[in-house]
Design a protein around this ligand. Sequence first.
Ligand code: ADP
Length: 308
Amino acid sequence: MASKVTVKAPSSTANLGPGFDVFGLAVDAFFDEVTLTKKKEKGITIISADNIPTNPEQNTAGLVVKNMIKKFKTKDGIEIKIKKGVPAGFGMGSSAASAAAAAVAFNKLYNLKLDDNSLVEFAGSGEKASAGSVHYDNVAAAVLGGFVIVRTNPLSVIKIEPPTNLRMCIAVPKLQVPKKKTKVSRGVIPKKVKLTDSVLNLSNAACIVTGFIKKDPGLIGSSIKDVIVEPARKHMIPGFSRVKENALKAGAEGVTISGAGPSVIAFSKSSADLKKISGAMSRGFSSAKTKCQTIICKPSKGAISKIK
Ligand code: ADP
């Protein structure tokens, strides 16, 4: 059995508009790399040069490893080395990438042969360290890759291979994100929704799934429409309306907030002028005196491991 495993896991975008807490998509914009090494000394040590908690209880990878050690009654100590590529707190599934990489690495390290649902369940358990509650949309995408639909109670994850010509442009604004951003952005969502709004969102969500099944980026993009969560959250992102309007004018099929924000994601076909779309998004943020980084990207295949 290996004594050291390294896994690379991608960033992800959750919700895709109407699929709040249900849809996730792995994107090859950024990657985290997590190395687990067996140690004689008991306990979990986290090593990272990045600005993330190193207490295992407060780090998503640390919590995953802690839960897996407990479940599988393994005896070794574990050293967790985390190289962050996914910026934390920007709606790109940063904590999820570490959690996903940790779960996949632990599975390999002890040759556990866990199925997809179990891997996602362990990875999701780590999210408690960042969001305060367990949720699976980002981790499911980061573990499995592609487009995922998460059904809870009991947990089951459906993965659909995205069309090869689906492209995204992500704008990550250079903002100071609040410490409890996910909690704050969940707090602004209405507790009750109008039936007509829920019908609209449901119809668009159904079309997004159909778009992935039919491999139709046009149908996916034009169905990225959310009349419930986006209107409640958009005021938290300076210049959001302009960023969206600009991207649509430049040829994007659909635009929405990535996860809990503040990143904004535009969906397109590979034939679209993606440079024009990213320029248009940057100008949207500039109009609100905010700088941003734009990344043109495509769906990712998910976490991959290499035994060292
Ligand atoms: P987002 O999905 O918007 O990137 P996250 O859910 O990743 O936001 O939450 C980021 C928060 O999670 C940060 O405050 C960070 O301190 C905490 N966190 C805990 N463990 C990690 C980790 N391994 N990587 C990144 N962030 C982590």
